[in-house]
Design a protein around this ligand. Structure first.
Ligand code: GMT
Length: 375
């Protein structure tokens, strides 16, 4: 089967899931064509079954905004025709499902067509998609897709609640390739903390939805009770909140370390004791699953699909979004009890194994097969 994957190329969750899925399919012999504005962050382009088609936007002084979506639909149409693709898989409704619909219309003009699968990832439904500027186009793109999947039950419910959806939505959860863990040897624990200190970690694109201010407040409360360090991985608009916090709490300057975008994420997660994810909204929380695959328990909010991944009292703890006190107390409880911490590390890994790529990939393959049959 020849599959076209349309995704964001950045470090965001939807791009990572699309890339990991495409690479796993390519390893199984599928021919996978990535269509995106840049080479996706984790894509192994050396695999002979993987092709990358960069969407080139022609700039022209007349345009106030460069028409990316037009260039995208044109490129989708060209790749489908050139490489005789069998199926398109759009990750994120806007612009991918929307542009794929336009490409399908172009193909129909020539008496051809191709099935379109759209996977909803979260922000296209709960944040961006809610805005009146996009809402109708998101709803339209979903209803025009031949098959729709969502990455959690919670996201499926939100989609049905916020939009008038006429399609069935199949839940195929996100996944993790557990084999990737433990293979890196970039660094030692001693580079981040002394033996008596616990390591708290947060990984995100530092957007307001991630509530990095809560991460810092939780750390402050924990650090007042036990020896600890905080690692923050990622870059984003709320980095300023971190600087401001450190200005107001100079005694914590040496204890909070900003690592930016790192390549050795898994190893650093492995060295950590607890992952903090106090998000306002999270359709799934791939970052929490990545932490669990590295045997790191999670203290999180209970927003969106997080409770489908982080299980209260088993793989970590959850509290209402914004309840910093509860999340701080849970973290202190976990880090003060070695027996509990060691058990939760094991439970976290067991949970990551339930979401292993090898359990989820066959669901995607079966869904593709059925979509082609029904088309
Ligand atoms: O929130 C992010 O970090 C990026 C965002 C995206 O659109 O790429 O992630 C969304 O998709 C991920 C993969 O399915 C989910 O794990 C994240 O929970 C989801 N983010 C939100 O719902 C806020």
């Amino acid at each position: 089967m020849k599959i076209g994957i349309l995704c964001y190329p950045t470090y965001g969750g939807s791009g990572i899931v699309a890339t990991e899925l495409g690479m796993a399919l390519a390893k199984k012999g599928y021919e996978v064509h990535f269509i995106s504005s840049n080479l996706p962050a984790r894509l192994d382009i050396t695999n002979p079954n993987i092709f990358f088609h960069k969407v080139n936007v022609q700039t022209y002084p007349l345009f106030q905004y460069q028409p990316y979506d037009i260039a995208l639909s044109s490129m989708i149409y060209r790749v489908v025709n050139l490489y005789k693709l069998d199926l398109l898989h759009a990750h994120y409704a806007i612009p991918y499902a929307y542009a794929a619909f336009t490409a399908k219309q172009m193909l129909k003009e020539e008496g051809k067509d191709i099935p379109l699968v759209t996977t909803l990832h979260g922000t296209d439904i709960t944040l961006v998609g809610q805005h009146p500027s996009y809402k109708h186009a998101v709803e339209f793109s979903i209803n025009q897709s031949d098959k729709v999947t969502s990455v959690s039950q919670s996201l499926k419910s939100d989609t049905l609640k916020f939009f008038n959806i006429k399609k069935d939505i199949e839940v195929i959860t996100n996944f993790i390739d557990n084999r990737e863990f433990g293979s890196e040897d970039c660094c030692e624990r001693s580079q981040f903390a002394t033996p008596e200190e616990k390591i708290l970690i947060h990984v995100s694109n530092l957007r307001p939805v991630k509530r990095v201010g809560d991460v810092l407040q939780i750390f402050k409360a924990v650090e007042s009770k036990l020896k600890a360090r905080l690692l923050i991985i990622g870059e984003g608009p709320d980095m300023e909140i971190i600087n401001q916090f450190l200005e107001e709490n100079p005694h914590l300057i040496g204890k909070v370390r900003l690592l930016g975008k790192v390549n050795d994420l898994y190893r650093i997660l492995e060295l950590s004791d607890v992952f903090l994810l106090p998000s306002e909204q999270e359709s799934f929380g791939l970052a929490a699953l990545e932490a669990m695959a590295a045997s790191t328990p999670v203290v999180s909010s209970n927003a969106g699909g997080i409770p489908e991944v982080n299980i209260q009292g088993e793989t970590g703890y959850l509290a209402e979004t914004g309840n910093v006190e509860a999340m701080s107390n849970y973290t202190i409880k976990l880090l003060s009890d070695e027996k509990l911490l060691s058990q939760m590390k094991k439970n976290a890994k067991a949970q990551a194994l339930r979401f292993d790529l090898h359990n989820i990939l066959p669901l995607y393959e079966a869904m593709y097969k059925k979509t082609l049959e029904d088309f």
